[in-house]
Design a protein around this ligand. Structure first.
Ligand SMILES: Cc1cc2nc3c(=O)[nH]c(=O)nc-3n(C[C@H](O)[C@H](O)[C@H](O)COP(=O)(O)O)c2cc1C
Length: 649
């Protein structure tokens, strides 16, 4: 077969193990963790999905090696913990039966032990240890590890690696990056020791070398060891790329794959997990530089989801392997699609951070564009319907498109009607904001997939009661969405006002000084974009904070972007009137104040199109209402409800 992306599809041999391609699933924590730190069946299913999707390797994360001094991370391999070995064995098995190589990440969080524990009570009971004593930014005291403790931890890495091998894992990843314990030893910022583990680079690398020697001794020759490091810590006082190169050189003889990531969890979250505000592949330069100085194969990652970009990375010799985390949540079949030249079918990650935000919020996993994530065991995969039915979908936004696609995949005859002249619904408005382009693209991809699957699309077609009665569908899915709220204030219909949803149509009208009326997620993101375009931007928000509807991971990054781009935040300000001079507001002191601007972007929220919905109720034997027309919500909700409405037919 002639592959469109031959380098991504090329097998690679690491140690004695051959991987079927160069697309690896980077470590992502599962969420089904038992009270005694074992992998529960839901986590097993979480990892299995990516193996089924065709990844070359799937890495289970993060196995704590030394619970006596750690506690931040999920699993704990321990012969004495009932269920620990079986959970790992079932997981390795579930990955391997689909042809992927099962790997497990061995980790210790060092001074950051407990930071991410959802069980805060447990966190209080923990003591934190690092290479050096100190006080963490959250005020917790850090104790210096003694030589005996270091020896104990080094031995524990080996013990866990041996157990991992015994339970069926065929590779281990030692986590030496992102600010955790091994990284803390490597770092001049964290490591102030005066013994053989501190000071010179050779000394700071010693702990990592001892860990790798211990692991090698445990797993034997030929068993691949992947070492995850940050190519640079990317903060003042941390090690830089030049030192990253030297670290790599001092470790390469002990490993089979050098995995070059970036930054630290604590000081550069949005670089370690590149946010929508930075370019895709923004960390590849680190792997590329390190690769010039080592002979061991190198892996790279960070915001990768474009097959052409990933192919070029390998073809041009910047790295030997590409790894993906979020892109394989968004589309677990991405590697399969690439291996069968169906890259046009890939549903791309939006980098919205729903995946990472759900864990601290609800202790689950979820993905905006992939309804299976976190629900892998619920029996909700697409299966052919027993009887093909006629399905009418009203509305061509993300929810309607997902419903139509899913119903067609099940073998139903599907007609999708869209009132306007194009598909994508509310996502169409994202095309003018470069960092949200993938949201626009999601609408286009779902439309493409729906058409490919045989959905009949009828544009400029409003679904009314009469229309449904004429069509006589067996099932009607109402996905007519929402419309922007335009507050009834004087001047809001002026030439200088653009409703945020129409910005893509009217952007040329935008002058240099802009007032964004409404500081929710949509308003804040529009403000960042406009400021990036060189405009002077103020946000007027009635509440006492902005972006309160953004998720807990995206919000801090968005706030940083607002600050970085000098967006003026006026909270507690109520818009009273729009004039040619700007927006007259009631300020927090109850006084009238003009917030000056030549253009006003109205972004005060959405309202469900209930009148459309109510007209359609009672017109078909099966009716589902989904997405914004039920209640203005998120793309996540629309896609999820669209998918399930189609499964229920
Ligand atoms: C949901 C999620 C969970 C993650 N959990 C871990 C983890 O447990 N251990 C780890 O080393 N990295 C973890 N990461 C980081 C990823 O391995 C990866 O380094 C990062 O997301 C950048 O890759 P991406 O841009 O392809 O997502 C996680 C990332 C995500 C999105």
């Amino acid at each position: 077969m002639k592959y469109k992306y031959p380098n991504l599809c090329k097998p690679i041999k690491l140690g004695n193990v051959t991987f079927r391609n160069r697309m690896f699933s980077a470590p992502m924590g599962g969420t089904d963790i038992t009270a005694d730190c074992c992998i529960g069946p839901k986590s097993t299913a979480f990892y299995e999905l990516r193996a089924r999707g065709g990844a070359g390797a799937v890495t289970v994360s993060e196995c704590m090696v030394h619970p006596e001094t750690d506690g931040s991370h999920a699993f704990h391999l321990n012969l004495t913990t009932p269920g620990s070995l079986s959970g790992f064995a079932y997981t390795a098995d579930a990955i391997r039966r689909h042809g992927a190589i099962a790997s497990v990440e061995l980790s210790h969080s060092g001074q950051y032990a407990g930071t991410y524990l959802t069980d805060k009570g447990k966190k209080q009971g923990l003591a934190q240890y690092g290479p050096s004593a100190g006080v963490r930014p959250d005020g917790r005291e850090v104790k210096e590890l003694t030589k005996e403790q270091i020896d104990d931890i080094v031995a524990a890495y080996g013990d866990c690696a041996a157990l991992a091998k015994r339970t069926g894992f065929e590779m281990v990843m030692v986590h030496g990056g992102h600010g955790w314990l091994i990284n803390q030893f490597l770092s001049p910022y964290f490591n102030h020791r005066t013994d053989e583990y501190g000071g010179s680079l050779e000394n700071r690398v010693r702990f990592a070398q001892e860990v790798l020697d211990s692991v090698r001794k445990a797993v034997g020759p030929g068993f691949p060891i992947e070492f995850r490091m940050s190519g640079s810590e990317l903060f003042e006082g941390g090690y830089d790329l030049e030192e990253g190169v030297e670290i790599a050189k001092l470790l390469e003889s002990r490993i089979d794959l050098l995995h070059v990531s970036a930054g630290t969890y604590q000081r550069g979250f949005s670089v370690t997990h590149p946010s929508m505000f930075v370019p895709h592949g923004c960390n590849v330069y680190l792997a590329e530089e390190i690769k010039k100085h080592v002979s061991v194969p190198v892996a790279t990652l960070g915001g990768l989801n474009d097959p052409a970009m990933m192919e070029e990375i390998i073809a041009s010799g910047k790295a030997d392997v590409v790894e993906m985390a979020r892109a394989l949540l968004a589309d677990h079949e991405l590697p399969r699609k690439i291996m069968s030249n169906r890259d046009d079918e890939i549903v791309r990650c939006l980098r919205c951070f729903t995946c990472m935000a759900e864990r601290p919020t609800t202790a689950t996993r979820r993905c905006t564009v992939n309804p299976l994530i976190g629900r892998e065991m619920d029996g909700t995969e697409v299966i052919p319907a027993a009887k093909a039915k006629k399905v009418l979908v009203a509305g061509g936004g993300p929810g309607g498109l997902k419903a139509a696609l899913t119903a067609a995949q099940r073998g139903h005859k599907v007609v999708l009607c869209e009132m306007s002249d194009s598909l994508g619904g509310i996502l169409k408005s994202e095309q003018a904001i470069p960092f949200k382009y993938e949201m626009y693209q999601l609408g286009q991809t779902l439309a493409h997939l729906a058409e490919k699957e045989g959905v009949e699309i009828r544009l400029n077609t409003k679904v009314t009661k009469d229309y449904v009665e004429k069509e006589e569908p067996d099932a009607l899915i109402i996905a007519v969405g929402s419309e922007p709220i335009v507050p009834p204030i004087k001047g809001i219909d002026g030439e200088n006002v653009i409703v945020v949803n129409n910005y893509y149509l009217e952007k040329e009208k935008t002058k240099d000084r802009v007032v964004v009326l409404g500081g929710g997620l949509a308003g804040c993101e529009a403000a960042v974009h406009l400021a990036q375009e060189g405009k002077e931007v103020s946000i007027v928000e009635m509440r006492d904070d902005v972006a309160v509807d953004a998720n807990v991971r995206h919000r801090p990054i968005l706030l940083t972007e607002l600050e970085k781009n000098n967006v003026k935040l006026l909270t507690g300000y109520k818009g009273l009137e729009v004039t040619s001079e700007g927006v007259v507001c009631e300020n927090p002191d109850g006084k009238e104040e003009l917030v000056p601007g030549q253009t006003v972007i109205c972004a005060v929220g959405q309202r469900s199109r209930r009148n459309f919905v109510d007209d359609l109720l009672g017109t078909a034997p099966y009716i589902a209402q989904i997405g914004d027309c039920v209640r203005p919500s998120t793309i996540t909700t629309a896609v999820y409800q669209g998918y399930h409405a189609a499964l229920d037919i």
